[in-house]
Design a protein around this ligand. Structure first.
Ligand code: MG
Length: 174
């Protein structure tokens, strides 16, 4: 049985993941607007992954006989200054999400909710990857330093990213 506090925090996290999905779709649209279709593809995959994150939390609340309550998704930015800016914003956002997941972990410790803690372990590992991915791209963009051919190659490389369903959803009906 989920405590009200944990249920509320998990519902808030669903909203944060959906906001992330919306943010990344907006970043994809920005990349298209500056002719970076490969980077746009990278963000479109990111968009799908964030929806998976929300779905994992949704499925878990349902499985624990809790009540999923969906709230409004706040507006997201629609413009960035450059390719570097959009990936720096990605890293800054993921660092915020990591802090939210850490808060959730701390709450489950306080509430002695070790089942929820076990479920959240996947998110802890996922955040390490999210931050690392964004940092690696930032390093590459800095190395290229505005060089047209470098940006062309990076756009091509990021466009090769493909979506894979998150492991906790594998085998579920959706
Ligand atoms: Mg996420």
């Amino acid at each position: 049985m989920l405590s009200k506090k944990v249920e509320e925090a998990l519902n808030a996290q669903i909203n944060a993941e959906m906001w992330s999905a919306y943010l990344y779709l907006s970043m994809a649209a920005y990349c298209h607007s500056i002719g970076k279709s490969g980077m746009a593809k990278w963000f479109e995959v990111q968009f799908k992954e964030e929806q998976d994150h929300a779905q994992i939390l949704y499925n878990y609340i349902v499985q624990r006989n809790g009540h999923v309550t969906l709230r409004p998704i706040e507006a997201v930015p629609t413009e960035w200054a450059s390719v570097l800016d959009v990936f720096e914003s990605t890293l800054a956002h993921e660092q915020k999400v990591t802090a939210l997941i850490n808060e959730l972990m701390a709450l489950t410790t306080a509430e002695h909710d070790f089942a929820t803690q076990s479920m959240l372990k996947w998110f802890i590992d996922e955040q390490v990857e999210e931050e690392d991915n964004a940092q690696t791209i930032i390093d590459n963009v800095r190395m290229i330093d505005g060089n047209g051919y470098g940006l062309y190659m990076l756009d091509k490389e990021l466009g090769a990213r493909t979506y894979t369903q998150a492991a906790p959803l594998a085998g579920s009906a959706d």
